[in-house]
Design a protein around this ligand. Structure first.
Ligand code: ATP
Ligand code: MG
Length: 395
């Protein structure tokens, strides 16, 4: 059957009281963005606690389904048939046609579930259920009724129009992006940070991203990899402003003047300082990283504490308690894994010490940083002033 419409069901946001309109509007906005990536014309509209996506031209069903599946806040959705004429005859005709085309094999159990929101429509939900049930049994004798565990639950909603549907496709859940402020993701070319961005966006937070590169030690290809990753995350989060910061001078300075076993931790503290500066200038309320306790030397609890000491804003670390395999599973699901494992070098992998400290003492790190503080401060200002910005939008 060529469905022209989808009915969108939203879970968590349905119960937000006065904020409900704001949530619904954000969901509509994100649905529109997602449908822009699908060939064809679509209309997204709201009608009394219901959101619809209607195709206004030919379109690819699988592409449309894939796009709706990326929109946070969608609990589930159903391809449906809309009947404009409000009469029992029109419903009968549409139901028979619906069953005939959607279910090739008619050997199934079913139940009809009518909701009569329009109380002017004649009959009661029960009488309509009975009439339609009888009609289906008569027309397709292989079918049978099961009111407890039906294989097909045929929903008939009598509202301004009449909606007929029976297929329910799960959405990603979460909250619509744009309903929970904005945060700055530290996005590297690795596996973890794109997943971290996805998870925070899933809770309705709009995200921006910052990437530190160190040319000529890191290549244009490594930078392109991060742009590709941001574009993939943008499929879920909506467009991402990616700030690309030249970190070479700062990194060289640390490399030349600080104890080598402290390189990584001092470098991470400077990344946080710069990310925070850019975050503040762009109305971001928090930072996001892909860190997970104990994964590497710079992610021991002591290291995280030392890194956090330079942050005034909260740092969201949604992967903090995840094992690597759990993170990989999500990255495969959201489609970032293939890009993340491309073998381009990262600035952290070039300037690493053989034996980094795993239990850095804040006082000692601060003392080492004092030596470079003045020079580094100027470099930070330059790095922020000369950063590049690229808008990464899902294609
Ligand atoms: P990832 O797989 O995300 O690169 P990782 O396991 O390699 O993480 P680290 O290199 O220690 O871990 O980085 C920890 C976090 O710091 C990353 O998840 C990311 O949020 C941030 N980060 C690291 N390098 C960069 C970079 N070059 N630009 C921006 N953020 C970075
Ligand atoms: Mg990394």
């Amino acid at each position: 059957m060529k469905f022209k419409s989808f009915l969108i069901k939203y879970g968590e946001i349905g119960c937000k009281g006065k904020n409900r309109f704001m949530f619904e509007d954000a969901l509509i906005k994100q649905l529109r963005l997602a449908m822009e990536t699908v060939e064809g014309q679509f209309r997204v509209s709201k009608e009394r606690g219901r959101i619809y996506v209607d195709a206004e031209s030919d379109y690819d069903y699988d592409d449309a389904v894939a796009a709706i599946k990326t929109v946070f806040g969608v609990h589930s959705f159903s391809p449906m048939v809309r009947v404009e004429e409000k009469s029992m005859d029109a419903i009968n005709k549409a139901v028979v046609e619906y069953i005939d085309t959607v279910y090739e094999d008619k050997n199934f159990s079913f139940k009809v579930d009518t909701r009569r929101a329009d109380k002017d429509f004649p009959g009661t939900s029960e009488t309509i259920n009975c009439d339609l049930g009888g009609l289906i049994l008569d027309t397709f004798p292989e079918t049978h009724v099961d009111v407890h565990k039906p294989e097909v639950m045929l929903k008939v909603e009598i509202r301004n129009n009449i909606n007929i549907y029976s297929i329910e496709i799960p959405g990603p859940g979460g909250m619509p992006v744009g309903t929970n402020g904005k945060a700055m993701l530290l996005l590297s070319g690795g596996i973890d940070s794109p997943v971290a961005g996805y998870m925070i966006a899933k809770r309705g937070v709009k995200i921006e991203a910052v990437y530190f590169h160190a040319p000529p030690y890191t290549s244009e290809r490594a930078k392109q990899k991060v742009i590709d990753l941001a574009t993939k995350v943008a499929r879920y989060s909506g467009p991402i402003n990616l700030h690309i910061v030249n970190f070479t001078d700062i990194q060289m300075l640390i490399y030349e003047k600080c104890p080598h076993e402290e390189l990584t931790i001092i470098m991470r503290r400077y990344m946080m300082r710069i990310a925070q500066e850019i975050a503040k200038n762009n109305e971001n309320l928090a930072l996001i990283t892909g860190e997970s306790i104990g994964q590497v030397a710079s992610q021991t609890v002591q290291s995280l504490v030392t890194t956090d000491a330079v942050c005034e804003m909260p740092v969201f670390r949604p992967l903090i308690g995840f094992d690597k395999q759990e993170i990989i599973d999500i990255s495969e699901k959201i489609g970032t894994f293939e890009t993340s494992i491309e073998p381009y070098e990262d600035c952290c992998t070039i300037f690493v010490a053989k034996h980094p400290v795993t239990k850095p003492l804040l006082e000692k790190i601060e003392k080492s940083e004092k030596i470079i503080a003045e020079e580094a401060e100027k470099m930070v200002a330059t790095a922020v002033a000369t950063k590049e910005r690229i808008l990464c939008k899902a294609k």
